[in-house]
Write a protein that binds this ligand. Structure first.
Ligand SMILES: Cc1cc2nc3c(=O)[nH]c(=O)nc-3n(C[C@H](O)[C@H](O)[C@H](O)COP(=O)(O)OP(=O)(O)OC[C@H]3O[C@@H](n4cnc5c(N)ncnc54)[C@H](O)[C@@H]3O)c2cc1C
Ligand SMILES: C=Cc1c2[nH]c(c1C)Cc1[nH]c(c(CCC(=O)O)c1C)Cc1[nH]c(c(C)c1CCC(=O)O)Cc1[nH]c(c(C)c1C=C)C2
Length: 468
């Protein structure tokens, strides 16, 4: 039996892993080791003195899929059900996602009807791209870029105006480098098997992932279905989810070591020794929820090959500017807009925060910039004022907001999103295979491996906890 587990990293992944270990009641000692003075990693909310909230990282969680239902179940377990705020599919924020093309905002097609009409910037109805998929020949491969896959199956415009901006709006990444096999595996699989995405999805419908019945019966999941939620958040900001997890972990007698960066790992007999600046921790098992680039240096002395595999996963840096204005300044409400990489604008996109979750008579926007293009556009270490200026120039141009914000916040989130580039699944598989061959009592979890959304991170942590 595993007696002690170290969970490395106190982001949402590490905290979820510690929570699930507590629930499994399998290990008398669980220690979360976190480098900084705070928990949550990229989940970070500022609650101002007047209760106004700025989100600096994630802000909405998806409901769909088993991973989506699992996070709702976790929120209920943590006693957060009353604080969960759902956004239904009929809400403008769920319906209206915009694209900025040629200096104009265009609504992305969002209904069956709009698929059959021409909606700019697309020059033909999107249904015709579906027809193209039925006719385009299959190209046999193990993996390719998202852009090239969509380009050859659905045409250049779908790749340019749908896949390219979506890759920026989730990975802050370049669709020409991200992996289809990893990010849209099912679409790629059915094409490889049946020669067409649409035909394949139809023929292969029996193999679609089935909803987990245990999760479907959770009260909060039932409420989300009844009220047709697309996404949700927590009152007071998503960091309250982190606080609830922290309380729960401490109630289950786990230890949380803050301000304790992990420097290395040693193998001692069948155990692993976690090395920090001040002390060592000998444990039976380790769950690493560290970013893969950090884990790469931590694991170097145990196995350089594993370290090299982990260091091959690239990351991007995102500049994020929260802006607050008095009054309601958004003319066409929605989630926000994305900018395709082919446009001259210097931002990735803008989120209309207060359209999704109003906060009195004010408008809060979040401008995101950089990502894959950060260094090329802004250099290595731009002053925060220059990012603020970039954000204000964009807002002036796109939304015609010329007044000064009454409050703002600027951050550079260094290496904040792992890029699942072509070959990512192979890299992760090889790393896990090597761990198993070396008989290392180690599990890799978190946003570097199995999905970058909070839901996927929590699911990855749950699986890791079950594996020890
Ligand atoms: C700008 C932005 C917007 C996003 N928006 C959304 C969204 O709307 N919806 C959504 O679902 N997801 C979103 N995401 C993704 C999601 O926030 C992240 O994928 C998720 O929070 C990552 O969690 P994690 O625990 O895997 O990693 P992290 O948050 O990176 O946590 C890792 C932890 O390890 C710690 N650490 C690092 N080095 C060491 C060390 N040597 N020793 C000990 N500890 C160490 C760090 O301090 C950190 O606390 C967004 C991400 C970003 C950056
Ligand atoms: C412009 C940059 C970014 C915006 N959001 C993110 C970046 C880098 C990060 C991000 N956003 C989402 C996720 C999680 C995805 C998941 O697997 O759950 C991450 C890592 C949520 C999200 N954002 C958009 C979509 C379509 C999704 C998926 C969930 C959902 O349907 O809500 C699109 C989008 N992102 C941004 C904007 C402005 C935008 C659309 C207008 C900002």
């Amino acid at each position: 039996m595993t007696k002690s587990v170290a969970v490395l990293g106190g982001g949402i992944g590490g905290l979820a892993a510690a929570h699930y270990l507590g629930r499994l009641r399998c290990c008398p000692r669980v220690v979360v080791v976190e480098a900084t003075h705070r928990l949550g990693g990229w989940v970070s909310s500022t609650m101002h003195h007047d209760q106004v909230v700025f989100e600096h990282g994630p802000r909405t969680l998806r409901v769909v899929g088993n991973a989506g239902m699992n996070t709702l179940a976790l929120a209920e377990e943590l006693g957060l059900a009353d604080q969960v705020k759902g956004v239904s599919y009929s809400h403008p924020s769920a319906k209206n996602r915009m694209l900025m093309v040629d200096g104009k905002l265009h609504r992305l097609p969002n209904s069956v009807k709009t698929l059959f009409t021409k909606s700019p910037p697309f020059s033909r109805p999107l249904a015709l791209s579906g027809v193209q998929d039925l006719m385009a020949p299959r190209v046999v491969n193990n993996d390719e870029s998202l852009f090239s896959f969509v380009n050859r199956r659905f045409g250049h415009e779908v790749a340019k105006y749908a896949i390219d901006p979506m890759s920026r709006g989730i990975f802050a990444g370049n669709a020409r480098e991200l992996s289809v096999n990893c990010i849209a595996r099912r679409l790629h699989d059915v094409e490889q098997k049946h020669g067409s995405v649409f035909l394949g999805m139809f023929k292969d419908r029996k193999n679609a992932v089935k909803p987990d019945k245990n999760l479907s019966s959770v009260e909060l999941v039932k409420r989300a279905k009844r009220e047709k939620w697309a996404v949700w958040s927590v009152a007071g900001g998503l960091e309250n989810f982190v606080k609830a997890l922290e309380n729960n972990i401490l109630e289950n007698n786990a230890e949380i070591w803050k301000n304790t960066p992990v420097k290395g790992i040693l193998r001692r007999g069948g155990k692993l020794v976690i090395q920090t600046e001040e002390k060592e921790l000998e444990v039976d098992s380790v769950i690493s929820c560290l970013p893969s680039n950090t884990m790469s240096s931590v694991i170097q002395s145990v196995n350089p090959k594993l370290s090299a595999l982990l260091s091959s996963i690239p990351y991007v840096t995102v500049g994020i500017v929260n802006l607050e204005y008095p009054g309601q300044l958004i003319e066409e409400p929605g989630f926000g807009y994305l900018v395709p990489s082919s446009e001259p604008n210097r931002v990735l996109g803008v989120i209309y925060d207060t359209c999704t979750f109003p906060q009195g008579d004010r408008t809060i926007l979040t401008v995101m910039m950089g990502g894959y293009w950060f260094k090329e556009l802004f250099g290595d270490d731009p002053p925060l004022e220059s990012l603020l200026e970039e954000a204000l120039a964009e807002i002036r141009q796109s939304l015609k907001i010329k007044v000064k914000p009454q409050r703002y916040h600027v951050r550079i989130l260094r290496d904040c999103i792992a890029q699942y580039v072509v070959g990512h699944s192979e890299t992760v598989l090889s790393a896990r295979k090597l761990i198993s061959e070396l008989e290392l009592p180690l599990a890799l979890a978190g946003s570097s491996y199995d999905g970058v959304g909070v839901n996927d991170v929590i699911m990855s942590a749950k699986n890791a906890a079950a594996s020890v």
